[in-house]
Structure formats: structure tokens, C-alpha cells
Design a protein around this ligand. Structure first.
Ligand code: FAD
Length: 370
């Protein structure tokens, strides 16, 4: 039987990042991925590193996200050096436009609160917005500009984590589905897979929305549920935008080669991954209101992904009480790309029983709900 220190279940961005962090620390680690590395939510993601645009300042996720965002510049270099993969880190900032007077007021309050938390951001008038981003609608009433919220190519990041882990000695087994975790005397001893049993001392469940089934098979009263998101992309050879544009109902993320990703719808509790015409129509309407030229751009494609969500909206990052050697890392919802670097380090810390990350992790404890 094959024997490892740690088996990671799921080869999305989270499992791959954890494998990378563990391999860096010399652990014998295997990633068990049912299908292909990064084939689910992690490749559907728009790749935004939206700390200030998405998080409530002061909430438990904010500090986690802020620290994770700050890890990207060095991480991009490390991954490039190990694998040659460029994760496409772009730091051209994020714009939160206002379409109504009440949004203007809301954004002004947000700017004040972010500034008092020491984060940089500023208000741009309509003229300033158009000067920087001439293709945006001049019906906008101004925008909050966040210079620090960048973006990456999510599929590349996942591949780069996985390949770097391999370079550092990890094994990745694709087409290997975990059917159950094997315990003896309330301690993990291995996992059952469709390719046979694998022995390990520790197991980290990072199976995205499918973590729920694994938790159920262990009789753990924890919930992870899917929130489907639909996206589409267009191509325009004269790039439509420099910065990412972010609103409540829609975001626009400019990628290489004139590609623009437009996302995303939000639909809870469905595993149906089909793209709906209505979902795309809604997004198109919101997007063209911000950037009318999208209507003239070339259609690229549409896709969906399932975001893993928890009942209180905070990811599970921790050990499972009562089962020695079992850990959970999922529920990153809309921010798994952003939170992947710090999640890898936190989980490697837990597995090693030390703490290199200066952060209070109690909000993320698995037992908080159970
Ligand atoms: C449309 C959309 C846009 C998004 N945009 C962003 C964004 O801009 N920024 C951001 O930070 N986040 C974004 N997200 C969120 C982000 O994609 C997720 O939080 C993140 O990808 C979750 O990663 P994961 O590894 O937990 O899950 P997944 O990527 O779903 O990976 C889980 C893996 O586990 C495997 N698996 C499942 N069950 C088993 C089993 N029994 N045995 C073995 N393997 C198994 C699956 O095949 C899968 O590959 C977006 C999500 C969506 C859907």
C-alpha cells in the first residue's frame, strides 16, 4: 500500500495550494483529484483579488484576505521560477462605479472606512473615470478606485500550484475519486478511492462543494452548499478596459489578448452546471449599461462554476474535532482564488502543529457551527 504523510482530497486551487505549502515543508503529500486538476470552480473563476471590493472592513475575512492578497507578488515569482507558468498577476486596480445617488453616498462612506483601516482608495468623478477608462458609460456618477485589488488568471494559478507541488516532491493523482476516509480509534489511517486504498496519517478535505458528501459520510454535522455562477467572455482587439470594474450585480475583468470576462450570476443550491440563456441575458444587460461597447465585441464563450459556501459565509479552515488527523479547507465561496495562498499556509501550519501566520483563526474553526 502507498503511504503518505498527508492526502489532500480535491485538486482545485485550494487543494493545490495546500499541497504546494506542505511540499515546501518537506511533507510527503498526495493530491487525489476525481477528474483533472482545476476542472471545477477554480477554472470558472474570474481571478479577481477583491479584498476591498468584496469584504466588509473589520470582518473576520478582511484580515485573512488582506494578508493573502499581499502574498501574490512573491508567489507569482516563486511559481514562475519553479514551473515557468505565469499566473498573469495584474495590478491595475478595481473601479466600483456608482449608477445612483445612493450608491455615490454608499461608496463615499466605504472610502472613509477603508481609509481609516489604512487601505488606499479614492473617489473619481465621472470626468476622471472617463479619462482613465474612456469606454465606460458617461452615465456613471463617478467611482471608487481601489489601486490594491488586482487579478490573476485563475486556471493558471491552479496549474502553477499543482505543478510547483510536484516539483517539490508532491504526487498528484488525477481520475482518483475518494469514496471515504478510513479511521481507526478516531484517527485517520487512510482513504478509500476508486483506484484502491491509500494510507496516510492526515487528510485534508478540499473538495469544494463536494466536500459536503465526504463530511456526511463521516457523520459530521457540517454543511457546504453550491452557489452556481454563470459567466461569459468577449474579445475586442482594442482593449475595452484597463482596470477591473466591479458592481453588485456584475463585474468586468480585462484579460490578455483583448479578452473581457463578464460575471457572474448567483444561484444557490443547484448542481446543474448548464449555462442558461436568461442568466447570460441578465449579465449582458448589466454589463452593457456599464460598458456599451461590449455589445459590439466578438462573442467568445460562456461557462459556469459552483462556489462552495457555508451557512455563515465564512470558510472552514481547521481540524475536525474527534477525528485525529482530519482537516477541512473549504467554503471559500466567491474568494477562493484570492484566499488560496494563505489557505495553503494555514493548513500546512495546522498539519505541522505550528503557527507561522499571525492571525486569529477562531472565526474559521470547524466546530463553530457544530
Ligand atoms: C463564476 C465564478 C467566478 C468566481 N470568481 C472569483 C474571483 O474572481 N476571485 C476569487 O477569489 N474567487 C472567485 N470564485 C470563487 C472560486 O472559484 C472558488 O472559491 C474556488 O475555486 C474554490 O476552490 P476549491 O479548490 O475549494 O474548489 P474546486 O475548484 O471546485 O475544486 C474541488 C475539486 O475537488 C474535486 N473533488 C470533488 N470530490 C472529490 C472526491 N470525492 N475525490 C477526489 N476529488 C474530488 C473536484 O473534481 C474539484 O476539482 C469564482 C467562482 C465562480 C463559480
Amino acid at each position: 500500500l502507498e503511504n503518505y504523510d498527508v492526502a489532500v482530497i480535491g485538486g482545485g486551487v485550494i487543494g493545490s495550494s495546500i499541497a504546494y505549502s506542505l511540499a515546501k515543508r518537506g511533507k510527503r503529500v498526495v493530491v487525489l483529484e476525481r477528474d483533472r486538476i482545476g476542472c471545477q470552480a477554480s477554472s470558472a473563476a474570474a481571478g479577481m483579488l477583491a479584498v476591498q471590493a468584496e469584504m466588509q472592513e473589520g470582518g473576520p475575512l478582511f484580515e485573512l484576505a488582506r494578508q493573502s492578497r499581499s502574498m501574490f507578488p512573491r508567489l507569482a515569482e516563486e511559481l514562475k521560477e519553479l514551473t515557468g507558468i505565469d499566473i498573469g498577476l495584474v495590478n491595475k486596480g478595481m473601479l466600483l462605479p456608482a449608477l445612483t445617488i445612493s450608491q455615490v453616498e454608499h461608496l463615499h462612506a466605504l472610502i472613509a472606512s477603508h481609509k481609516s483601516a489604512g487601505e488606499s482608495c479614492e473617489w473619481w468623478s465621472t470626468e476622471e473615470v472617463i479619462r482613465h477608462e474612456p469606454k465606460l458609460s458617461n452615465a456613471l456618477l463617478g467611482a471608487m478606485f481601489i489601486p490594491g485589488d488586482g487579478q490573476v488568471l485563475a486556471p493558471k494559478l491552479t496549474q502553477a500550484f499543482a505543478k510547483s507541488a510536484i516539483m517539490l516532491g508532491a504526487e498528484i493523482k488525477e481520475y482518483t475519486q475518494v469514496h471515504g476516509i478510513q479511521c481507526s480509534q478516531h484517527a485517520v489511517v487512510g482513504v478509500h478511492t476508486n483506484q484502491g486504498d491509500i494510507m496516510c496519517d492526515q487528510v485534508v478535505v478540499a473538495a469544494g462543494v463536494w466536500s459536503h458528501g465526504i463530511l456526511q459520510s463521516m457523520n459530521l454535522p457540517l454543511t457546504v452548499f453550491p452557489v452556481k455562477g454563470e459567466c461569459f467572455a468577449v474579445i475586442d482587439h482594442a482593449p475595452l478596459l484597463q482596470a477591473t470594474v466591479f458592481t453588485d450585480g456584475c463585474y468586468l475583468v480585462p484579460k490578455r489578448g483583448g479578452r473581457l470576462v463578464i460575471g457572474a450570476t448567483v444561484q444557490e443550491h443547484t448542481f446543474d452546471k448548464r449555462v442558461s440563456a436568461g442568466g447570460i441575458a441578465t449579465l449582458m444587460e448589466r454589463a452593457t449599461q456599464l460598458l456599451p461597447d461590449i455589445a459590439k465585441a466578438e462573442w467568445d464563450k460562456a461557462w459556469t462554476g459552483l462556489r462552495p459556501q457555508t451557512p455563515d459565509g465564512i470558510p472552514y479552515l481547521g481540524r475536525v474535532d474527534d477525528i485525529e488527523g482530519m482537516y477541512l479547507a473549504t467554503g471559500h465561496y466567491r474568494n477562493g482564488i484570492l484566499l488560496s495562498p494563505i489557505t495553503g499556509e494555514i493548513m500546512a501550519d495546522l498539519v505541522e502543529g505550528r503557527s507561522t501566520i499571525d492571525l486569529d483563526l477562531s472565526a474559521f474553526h470547524v466546530a463553530r457551527i457544530a
